[in-house]
Design a protein around this ligand. Structure first.
Ligand SMILES: [Zn+2]
Ligand SMILES: [Zn+2]
Length: 337
């Protein structure tokens, strides 16, 4: 079978490998779509610290089940599924509390171990989710959107609240979408005006603010001086994360969705005077995946507009570089097998 391996930074190689054999509790799946995300691009570029090469990338997957044993979900060969790529230990303190998304031994497919950029792979059967009623494309973006759904659940957004979402990339867009579906008024903040216009149509964001243009004043004006009760930062940019505190209302909360391999610092008085709740959001759980699958099935997510670029498996290596160029207007690129 064909497998694309990231041999070292900036180099993919198409290889011929043998079809893996599932062990107990695993299923054999045939990969149909692979979504490309920022993590993959960082890994390809060599900017992902502690990343080990060679590695098969790909954690945003839709697939067809080829072989599966008896399983609790009643999945059978031929079913179309998405993959929950976060492999948790099941026994650590986080797992014991049901917070499998932040397992102490977290191993993510396509990051810490080989992912789905290949024709077939084996995966724990309990990490497959059926996506009946969804297309193969839609099944492949469930994971990416689940990150946003999880952050919104962490934020415990209630109807009528104002949520500021910083960063209008694929993760930020997912945050905006699920904040809207939770009844929030959404303000999008980014530096790319074209992307902000997309937020207005797609999420749809109620207001957009360009960070290059007195953003604090604009956000104060929109909220009548109150500022948003929830701020979610999906930039993974240390400067943005540090300046996010200023946009939080008194009594409000700040959620870091994007992460950065750096120290960030902030003014304690700015934090303290607000009695701010600050939290991180990591990965997603089965509950978030289920919410995303339902919302797509119910027609609440325009997945067609979200997927802007695609390539066949054989063209992927030559096309990849283009997807890293923001000039191409890429939001989500998908590889088709
Ligand atoms: Zn991803
Ligand atoms: Zn664990």
């Amino acid at each position: 079978m064909k497998t694309i391996v990231c041999e070292e930074p900036n180099r993919f190689l198409m290889k011929d490998t043998t079809i893996p054999v599932p062990s107990a509790g695993e299923a054999l799946i045939r990969i149909k779509r692979v979504g490309i995300c920022g993590t993959d691009i960082h890994a390809y570029r060599g900017n992902q610290p502690y990343f080990v090469y060679p590695r098969i990338l790909g954690h945003e997957l839709s697939a067809e089940i080829v072989e599966i044993g008896a399983n609790e979900q009643g999945l059978k060969p031929g079913d179309i599924v998405t993959v929950m790529p976060y492999l948790e230990c099941g026994t650590c303190i986080a797992c014991r509390q049901g917070k499998t998304n932040c397992c102490t031994q977290m191993s993510v497919l396509g990051v810490h171990q080989d992912g789905g950029m290949r024709e077939y792979m084996t995966v724990r059967a309990d990490h497959l989710l059926p996506t009946d009623g969804l297309t193969l494309d839609q099944s492949a973006i469930v994971e990416c959107l689940s990150i946003g759904a999880h952050a919104v659940r962490r934020a415990a957004i209630t109807p009528g609240e104002t949520a500021l979402v910083i960063g209008a990339g694929p993760i930020g867009l997912g945050v905006m979408k699920y904040a809207k579906l939770s009844g929030a008024k959404v303000i999008a903040l980014d530096m790319n005006q074209e992307r902000l216009e997309f937020c207005k149509q797609w999420a749809p964001a109620d207001e957009v603010v360009n960070v290059t243009n007195e953003p604090l004043q604009a956000i104060e004006a929109i909220t009548g001086g109150d500022l948003p009760t929830v701020v979610l930062d999906a930039t993974g940019n240390a400067k943005s994360m540090e300046s996010a505190l200023q946009y939080v209302s008194h009594g409000g909360r700040l959620i870091y969705v994007g992460l950065v391999k750096a120290d960030i610092s902030f003014s304690d008085p700015e934090f303290h005077k607000r009695e701010m709740t600050m939290m991180s959001s990591r990965n997603a759980t089965r509950e978030d995946f289920a919410r995303v699958i339902d919302s797509i099935r119910d027609g609440k997510v325009d997945t067609g507009a979200f997927i802007t670029h695609r390539a066949g498996f054989d063209e992927m290596i030559d096309t990849y570089e283009q997807w890293m160029n923001p000039q191409t207007g890429v939001i989500k690129a998908v590889v088709e097998l």
